[in-house]
Design a protein around this ligand. Structure first.
Ligand code: 5AD
Ligand code: SF4
Length: 473
């Protein structure tokens, strides 16, 4: 049993761990043949990708997967801590799983992901949800098979959560969801400690994967006909800082692009350490997509300071405009929080002004949610919920107008779209994404274009999607 510990999670010392290659224990192979797993993923792309690894681990043990939790033998929740509503959703599902377990005694239930790293969550689970089989933290997914088998054999809850990063395990059996687009983690953890954010406590300190491992993984993906890779990290700009003297994100991007995979993306970037060298590389390579996620969080310097964001609006705008100038057709998206402690109407209006200047192609907007153990949670959460909701509404009204305005610029133009498949809503339509990551519904496609990058003429522009006609390959 290893329980999470915030004191340890806060520490910033550098640790050395041995590197390992994963291999399933012989006796676990197909041990659960015939059993079905319901795996529910909450949160960000990092979690989605972790779920692809978990799917791989469980498949080797004999599991198949179901979308219906009622028919599952194992219910596994890959959880997120970022805001209170992510918590509520996971606890709601745990409640449903508990009811099911009352009828189905052999039902196995597990929890992993960011919530597993929270002291308060674990205390709650031990008090009220001790029927769980296992809890696995974010630093040791590779131990999930052990925890599962042990919980069944010993008939009691296994909690294996480490508060700091552990060995970097390569060769994990990933089962990717998408056949054409792949996530590739390049850096784990985060060292920024923004005052509102729980991620540095749930995902540990920054640790880069070796460039050789990353490039090898992408080479294989190319051989398997993947058309797109997204390089993942909480802050990808920090790539290499913990590992190399003279190899950073700019060099990695260039090396990945040189492998010739048709589309390269990366996320997420902190505005503070986005270098000119990165901008030059993105501008130079046609297969690095002109689409950058650059979270600003607030338009007020006073609030940015309280958030511990390390930049002010002037320097953010300098970077923003440099990207727009140097990278052809560059689409920039962002994240914004409203209702941070002490945010005044004047601060909020500065956020609206910033949005009007940047005219983002996409924006994810959130109401501030105090997170356990973060510095901001000690500040008085002094803005009434109704005011936070009203600010969110007003902000969304403004950001939405720019999504539509930017989409309209593509009307009657030919764009390149990576076609992912048939539309879920209309059987005769197909869908895919542009280089700038805009969703396009294609009216006159055919099965041959699935998995290919094709030319599409845009015929209609909406706020969150485009309509188009297939032109040619
Ligand atoms: N409350 C609200 N939003 C948050 N985010 C991170 N922490 C919080 C919080 N405590 C948002 C930020 C971040 C995105 C992933 O989630 O905007 O960029
Ligand atoms: Fe949620 Fe952050 Fe964890 Fe992703 S890293 S799952 S957004 S808490």
């Amino acid at each position: 049993m290893h329980l999470p510990n915030y004191k340890e999670a806060k520490t910033t010392d550098k640790r050395e761990y041995e590197e390992k290659n994963y291999k399933l224990k012989e006796e676990y192979k197909d041990k659960f043949l015939g059993k079905k797993c319901f795996l529910k993923t909450y949160g960000c792309q990092m979690n989605e990708h972790d779920s692809e690894i978990i799917t791989g681990l469980l498949t080797e043990m004999g599991f198949t997967f179901t979308d219906d939790y009622l028919e599952a033998d194992l219910i596994l929740l890959n959880t997120c801590s970022i805001r209170e509503n992510a918590h509520n959703k996971a606890f709601g599902m745990l409640g449903r799983a508990k009811h099911l377990k009352e009828e189905k005694k052999d039902l196995m239930i597990g929890l992993c992901g960011c919530m597993a790293q929270e002291e308060g969550v674990i205390t709650n689970l031990l008090e009220k949800y001790s029927y769980l089989n296992f809890v696995i933290g974010t630093h040791n997914i590779f131990e999930l098979p052990d925890a599962l088998v042990k919980s069944v054999e010993e008939g009691k809850i296994q909690i294996e959560v480490y508060s700091r990063e552990r060995e970097l395990v390569e060769n994990l059996p990933t089962k990717r969801k998408n056949k054409f687009k792949a996530y590739v983690t390049i850096i784990y953890g985060c060292d920024k400690f923004c005052t509102y954010c729980i991620v540095p406590y749930t995902r540990g300190r920054q640790r880069s994967r070796k460039k050789e491992e990353i490039l090898e993984e992408i080479k294989k993906l190319k051989e398997e006909n993947y058309q797109e890779v997204t390089l993942l990290g909480q802050n990808v700009n920090a790539y290499g800082k913990d590992l190399y003297e003279d190899y950073s994100m700019a060099e990695l991007l260039a090396d990945v692009a040189s492998l010739g995979i048709p589309r390269v993306r990366f996320m997420t970037s902190h505005p503070w350490d986005f270098t000119d060298a990165m901008i030059d590389v993105i501008a130079k390579y046609d297969n690095i997509m002109p689409s950058i996620h650059l979270p600003v969080q607030s338009g007020s310097d006073r609030i940015l300071k309280l958030m511990g964001r390390r930049y002010n609006i002037e320097s953010y705008l300098t970077l923003f405009h440099k990207m727009k100038e140097r990278i052809k057709n560059c689409a920039i998206s962002t994240d914004i929080i409203v209702g941070f402690p002490t945010e005044t109407e004047e601060d909020f209006e500065k956020t609206l002004e910033l949005v009007k200047e940047c005219k983002y192609d996409n924006a994810f907007t959130f109401i501030y949610s105090p997170r356990e153990n973060t510095p901001a949670a000690k500040m008085k959460d002094d803005i009434p919920l109704s005011e936070k909701e009203s600010r969110l509404y007003r902000l969304n009204e403004v950001v939405n107008t720019y999504f539509l305005e930017n989409n309209k610029k593509l009307l009657n133009k030919e764009v390149e779209v990576l076609v992912e498949g048939k539309s879920l809503k209309k059987d005769e339509e197909y869908f895919g994404y542009t280089d700038t990551n805009k969703l396009v519904n294609i009216k006159n496609g055919n099965d041959d274009i699935i998995g290919k990058i094709v030319k599409v003429k845009i015929t209609d522009a909406k706020t969150w999607s485009l309509d188009g006609e297939y032109v040619s390959r």
